[in-house]
Design a protein around this ligand. Structure first.
Ligand code: COD
Ligand code: ZN
Length: 373
């Protein structure tokens, strides 16, 4: 029984910007009040983790990143009532404390506990990880590239004990974010035409959402044509590479559809693509959803006529779900085969091969690489 004791285990530590992942032995302190310690079973590699290594997303170093995982509760701190050792769980990069003004709004999931600025510490201002005598920071309330992590109890969703970890981890980010952007944020209507910019794990999940919502045309847009086969496998009716055209992509889509794209989704995290996606939806009744997180401190200038004409420009975090309440239901829907995540997981690697997993992402060869322990 490890409860109440420091656990020594393996973790992938980033010592600084642009440094490789270094597999180290770390110490993980027991959970303090309202925290839980989790043994990670499987964790996906997301673009946002890579963005922490390059500085595009803020993080404090040294750090353990990773935010898309399934694990088992190993022990709980004082005052934890919602979870017990042995529970199968998903750590949440978007928590749900249930009591802040945002959690109390039925239509907001922007919990005050969200660590969007990369503070990298838990509620008492300290970290639970040390390596070689130095504190190592947390990331996005989750830090899943480690055998054990400690998170706040409000940043944990309890899921079906039978859920397969190497698929269900995608509910920690990619699937939940993309699917929710289509279902909750855009509220895609049956028979509509949608265009999805960026066909990574999140973009493909948007496509799955558009399809389930009954969209009749779903156009995948990506500068990497190797992504088209997967996009079609999950529901894209056609795919376009902006590099194959000299005209702006908004003109190309207008011609392809007789000016009837209702919903567009930006799922690349690029500023130019945000404008392209906005300009690509119908000028008066179209809606464009920003799913990709913009680079830290970036500024965008755009022609205000794009919005004045009538378009709606929306964003969402974590697909608009209230995660503690909604993730268990999404996982149940998955277990009931409402959707299939097989196409999204292209690689499964042992945790030690994390660097190889990131290389697959950088080379555009993977959708999701899932690391197992
Ligand atoms: N035009 C078209 N496609 C492009 C362009 C471009 N200019 N640039 C890149 N792409 C393509 C790439 O070829 C790639 O196929 C795709 O865009 C991006 O895919 P991945 O696999 O790199 O990225 P994902 O799917 O892992 O990550 C998605 C985002 C990049 C959108 C990332 O910002 C994210 O995870 N956003 C979610 C934010 C969120 O709500 N997170 C949860 C709360 S913390
Ligand atoms: Zn992510």
């Amino acid at each position: 029984n490890t409860s109440g004791k420091v656990i020594k285990c393996k973790a992938a530590v980033l010592w600084g910007l642009e440094q490789p992942f270094s597999i180290e032995e770390i110490e993980v302190a027991p959970p303090k009040a309202h925290e839980v310690r989790i043994k990670i079973l499987a964790t996906g590699i997301c673009r946002t983790d890579n963005n922490a290594t390059t500085g595009v997303m803020p993080a404090k170093f040294p750090v353990i990143v990773g935010h898309e995982a399934v694990g088992i509760v190993e022990s709980i701190g004082e005052g934890v009532t919602s979870l017990k050792p042995g529970d199968k769980v998903i750590p949440l990069c978007v928590p749900q404390c249930g009591i802040c003004s945002n959690c109390l709004k039925p239509d907001s999931n922007y919990c005050d506990m969200l660590d969007i600025v990369g503070k990298g510490v838990l509620s008492d201002g300290t970290s639970r990880f040390t390596c070689k005598g130095k504190p190592v920071y947390h990331y996005m309330n989750t830090s899943t590239f480690t055998e054990y992590t400690v998170v706040r109890d409000v940043a944990v969703a309890k899921i079906d004990a039978a859920a397969p970890p190497e698929k269900a981890c995608l509910f920690g980010c990619a699937f939940t974010t993309g699917y929710g952007a289509a279902i909750n944020t855009a509220k895609v209507t049956p028979g509509s035409t949608c265009a999805v910019f960026g066909l990574g794990g999140v973009g493909l999940s948007v496509i799955i959402g558009c399809k389930i919502a009954g969209a009749s045309r779903i156009i995948g847009v990506d500068i990497n044509p190797r992504k088209f086969e997967k996009a079609k496998a999950v529901g894209a009716t056609e795919c376009v590479n902006p590099k194959d055209h000299t005209k702006p992509i908004s003109e190309v889509l207008k011609e392809m559809t007789g000016d009837s794209v209702r919903y567009t989704f930006e799922v690349t995290g690029n500023l130019d693509t945000m404008i392209d996606a906005l300009a690509s939806c119908h000028k008066n009744c179209g809606m464009s959803v920003v799913v990709g997180d913009p680079p830290a401190s970036s500024v965008l200038t755009f022609d205000p006529m794009l919005v004045f004409d009538g378009r709606t420009w929306k964003g969402c975090i974590f697909g608009g779900w209230k995660p503690v309440n909604d993730l268990p239901k999404l996982v149940s829907d998955f277990m009931a085969k409402k959707f299939n995540l097989d196409e999204l997981v292209t690689h499964i690697l042992p945790f030690d091969k994390i660097e190889e997993g990131f290389n697959l992402l950088k080379k555009g060869e993977s959708i999701r690489t899932v690391l197992t322990f």
